[in-house]
Design a protein around this ligand. Structure first.
Ligand SMILES: [Zn+2]
Length: 175
């Protein structure tokens, strides 16, 4: 999942405004950034995704970021939300991709990436729902403001670009 992860961060912001959006964006993208760091560091074994997207890795990443956030903000509910947003990354990746469960465990996923049009529809739904939850939390006069509307349009366009690149270059990998 690509744009859908950002949609989930937006929903988190809508549910708990005290948590900064950048923290939620970090939370929602942490497994992918960890994957990119592992890849860039040239760590080839264990297999790709084990250190970033497997259940123990996601629990560790989510727990660590939640603890860090609690240490900084002393906000239990906010820290729980940050941890859940990290976990949501793996759950939604199981829908669109194929990810490891644990070392030696099965790989699961619906691999929707192989059907870019369906991938776009699923991610667009997640983006729109996340944006609607976020939009409910902003003041009524800002709901139709250009920045709030542009946020939705930009996310959908970004997702369209990502889904189209999957359609045009089926062999593309994230790292
Ligand atoms: Zn991912």
């Amino acid at each position: 999942m690509y744009g859908g992860h950002v949609g989930i961060a937006l929903a988190g912001k809508g549910l708990r405004q005290a948590v900064p959006l950048w923290v939620l964006l970090l939370a929602t993208l942490l497994p992918d950034w960890t994957d990119a760091a592992v890849c860039a560091a040239g760590i080839s074994s264990p297999p790709s995704g084990i250190l970033s997207h497997s259940l123990p890795a996601v629990a560790l990443l989510g727990g660590s970021l939640a603890l860090l956030y609690y240490g900084a903000a002393r906000d239990v509910a906010g820290a729980g939300l940050v941890g859940l947003v990290v976990v949501s990354h793996a759950v939604t990746d199981y829908a669109t991709g194929l990810k490891p469960t644990w070392p030696g465990g099965p790989w699961i996923g619906l691999q929707v990436y192989q059907q870019p049009a369906i991938d776009f529809v699923i991610e667009a739904i997640v983006i729109v729902i996340g944006w609607l939850v976020y939009r409910r939390s902003v003041s009524e006069d800002r709901r139709r403001s250009t920045p709030v509307m542009l946020m939705l349009i930009a996310l959908l366009l970004l997702q369209l670009a990502a889904s189209m690149s999957f359609a045009l270059f089926p062999g593309i990998r994230k790292c």
